[in-house]
Write a protein that binds this ligand. Sequence first.
Ligand code: GLA
Length: 732
Amino acid sequence: MPNLINFDEQNKVFHLHNDKISYIFSVVEGGLLNHLYYGKRINEYHGEMNYPRIDRGFSGNLPGSLDRTFSPDTLMQEYSTSGICDYRTPAVIVRQENGSRASRLEYQGYRIEAGKPKLKGLPATYVESDDEAETLYVTLKDQVSDVEVTLLYTIYHDRAVIARSAQVKNNGDAAVYLDKVASMQIDLPNQPLDVVSFPGAHANERDMERAHLNRGVRKYESRRGTTSHQMNNFVALCSPNTDEMNGEVYGFDLVYSGNFAIEVERDQIQQTRVTCGINDYNFAWKLASNEEFQTPESLIVYSDKGFNGMSQTFHHLIQERVVRGKYRDQERPIVVNNWEATFMNFTEEKLTPIVDEAQKLGIEMFVLDDGWFGHRDDDNSSLGDWYVDQKKFPRGLKHFADYVHDKGLKFGLWFEPEMISIDSDLYREHPDYMMAVPGRKPSPSRNQYLLDLTRKDVRDNIIGQVEKILRENDVDYVKWDMNRHLSDIYSVKLPADQEGEVYHRYVLGLYEMVDQITSDFPEILFEGCSGGGGRFDTGWAYYMPQSWTSDNTDAVARQRIQYATSYVYPTSTMTAHVSVSPNQQTGRQTSFETRGNCAMSGVFGYELDLTQMSDDEKAMVTKQVAEYKEIRHLVQFGDFYRLKSPYTSNECAWMFVSPDKKDVLVKQFQTMADAQALSTITKLVGLDPQKHYQNVETKEIFGGDELMNAGFFDPLYHHDYASSSYHFKAID
Ligand code: GLA
């Protein structure tokens, strides 16, 4: 068992450490947990760093104590409650039988175990063997309500991350209600900080923002029932001088796909509290006597090597210890998807020429998108009726799937399993399956409604239908879509005092459903999607190794979206397709080359009608497909670095390096052309300075140190939306 966690009995200090990081906290007055340090590894902690005691006006003291120098209101803590003179954001609010919301969590004890436990019903990081990590369990208790909270901290032996979650158990006789229950909380000492967040909109996901942190509370959240396009469930705090390669960063990620809140509070003495977990908006979880509640997991990554350092820790963690199954380590096929080619207006006859063309061009999978089921010719019907539209496939879907397979391609299929249309057999038979508040008309969105996935009978119906299609049609890939957010929150099967559980129960039901389907079909590659990248979160990556990054396929807009998405998520999770120009979302015209360079920076494919292309374009597809097959492993599994930001310059550049540093790919983009073009330089990072690298195309040779320190001049482009690709191989 690796020695990653120590407890200093004398000073009551916990020290979690590996070669990269130290995380230190202690037990202090009143059994509170005092956060002391999270950052670069400290070899030995001597226990001398005591939180300063001072009498501060209007910051009260521990219940029953007359020590005016000790206040929960300023103490740097690990997990705070409400009702004991800490006026900052609480981690947990326990509503008790008498209506009180006060609680005081006092330290009871700890245990350390090798490895990492599974979190029941929830996605989480995992270990493959117990010597990869250690987990610390710290137990706290509120004496009055007899509610026990256990904080879980996992540290891996080789990753700069702490994974935290909380378990709450009601040991009392009366039921309590959790009005809020965070996964983690941390108080960082006074220091200037910027906050980086990822707000956005449909077709404009993860539109990164950076702001200086002043006093007050900032809340980054979703109230939409899912993680959403509008705000990603990730926030980074960094020093004001932190850039891509230098400076300190803390990254906070919640492994969850529902309503979340990341609250960042800068307090009266400029300490910064971060609280991260399920959003307390319309949330109240009833915990009967002896019942337990497990929060989702939260990941806190530390980097002293700027944002790239943080991102690489997340990339390796998500790729290696969040994503599961056959496709975790396997190269993903190049797809052609018929959505932007035909929308729902297709028949088998219309699709087969696209399949023929795909085969000729070297594409590896055909994905049949929305419109193959029920009588769905537009988006007003048939969700919930997962059986084949005989009009479009008179010889059955299997006939078409066989055709695709006979051409040597894999066959993929689109589903939107969480939804119901009013015009569907499912609704006609089971109107109560639809989520709606009694006596109120539910709100349509894209003329569709949510299924009540808190109910097992509803889930079983959908699982049965989806699995039948998968079994009968030899499906190799599933695109799991979600095209609206939750509203009309109510479940007819829950009592009134548990309606505050619906949002979270929906997510738990959804997880149970995808867990079953993905385990029953381990050979199928699953891709997440929610109107593009509306559910791009680490929780979803546990079930689906890749997600559609955005409905916006414009290569210029995509540079920003993919650049920001890469802050947390590895390239292997990001799908990116070449579509037609002018682009259907923005109307912008870009070259085939630039569309290819952008899409080839992710899990690659096409989203257009291959039969409508000119011979020149087809030749370009053949070239891109061949190139992607060469670089695919490097792009999907190599180390990724952002070099130039499209948020702050007229350029964008990123690169991929193989673990042995012998294979290097650079993609460089310039947005607008100038009459007097500036001569710009791209400098690489992460190479071996001793090695020599040869440009595969031009045969030019550079030293690794040369490419990193001097770099090379970018082309002087004479057109907008330009791009270049450089592939280097070590020749020593
Ligand atoms: C969403 C997806 C698209 C497509 C449509 C089908 O918008 O993001 O890729 O599948 O749904 O309705």
